[in-house]
Design a protein around this ligand. Structure first.
Ligand SMILES: [Mg+2]
Length: 289
């Protein structure tokens, strides 16, 4: 599918939906990718926009990330938003954190695997092995090409000796290998379906879902969107199911800002008696994501 730039007309149609669910990835979408995950701080401008947008009627914002839920909530630091961590295994959608029951049963294996990887890779400089309790990540962003090859060999070796591998899957991402449970809510597509099921009939009326992400893990969410929803890929790649593209994280913030302004203007007009955001029960986009 040819990726399109997001034009103002499309943004206006999306922003004017009676209900808007905005699912945003964190790393590479709201913040630029950095050498170490803990350095990915949310820009104050992003925090201000997210806060204002999340308080608008008919808008629900969910940050969906591969990070552990606690880490994600700390990085964003805003109440009133939904949070999905560990690609879906941990969720806080309404102030009550939930953990996938299958993932809870498997966390001992994640600990064993990450311990084994740390021991086996102790002589691989700059590799970062992250135990996120319910999933694990091997970061190889800071490695030389020869060190990546060495890390890959060791990873395969440890994996082949991992007694519980039948319960897990490996998913590659941007300079990472992710290890997650096969079953349960272990990808963003399943997480998005769960979020949609949790909406009330009033919240579903005229709903448009906007999903924004920059990595393979986001494709799972793009895949479950309806024709009338909007998938936005952030970056330069052509290999995505998304219909629209934004080139960098600053453009994502610009988009959120535009959505906020359009809804703000519409609600001012509405309070003056002429509704701009009408509940038609269906979106005007009617296209594949
Ligand atoms: Mg990302």
């Amino acid at each position: 599918m040819t990726l399109r730039a997001l034009d103002d007309k499309t943004i206006h149609v999306v922003a004017s939906s009676p209900n808007l669910l905005i699912c945003l990835d964190y790393d590479g979408t709201l913040t630029p990718i950095v050498s170490r995950p803990f350095l990915a701080r949310l820009h104050p401008r992003a925090r201000i926009i997210l806060k204002k947008l999340s308080k608008m009627p008919g808008v629900k914002i969910v940050i969906m990330s591969g990070r552990a839920l606690g880490d994600l909530e700390k990085q964003v630091g805003l109440k009133g938003l939904g949070y999905v961590g560990n690609h879906g295994l941990e969720r806080n959608l309404g102030g009550h954190p939930e953990i996938d029951s299958h993932a809870i049963q498997l966390r001992g294996f994640i600990l064993k695997l990450t311990d084994a990887l740390k021991r086996a890779m102790k002589n691989v400089p700059a590799v970062l092995i992250e135990n996120k309790t319910y999933s694990a990540t091997v970061h190889y962003r800071n490695l030389s090409p020869s060190a990546v090859a060495k890390a890959r060999r060791i990873f395969r070796d440890v994996w082949s000796n991992f007694s519980a591998k039948i319960f897990f899957k490996i998913r590659p991402g941007k300079k990472v290998w992710e290890i997650r449970p096969r079953r349960g809510c272990s990808d963003k597509g399943r997480a998005l379906q769960l979020i949609l099921r949790s909406l009330t009939p009033a919240q579903r009326k005229g709903l448009t879902t906007v999903c924004v992400g920059d990595d393979k893990t986001d494709e799972d969410a793009f895949a479950v969107l309806r024709r009338s929803d909007v998938a936005i890929y952030v970056g330069e790649s052509q290999r995505t199911m998304a219909r629209y593209r934004l080139r960098e994280t600053g453009a994502v913030l610009d988009l959120l800002e535009k959505i906020k302004s359009i809804r703000q203007k519409a609600s001012r007009v509405q309070s003056g008696g002429k509704p701009l955001i009408k509940s038609t029960g269906r979106s005007k986009l009617g296209r594949k994501p």
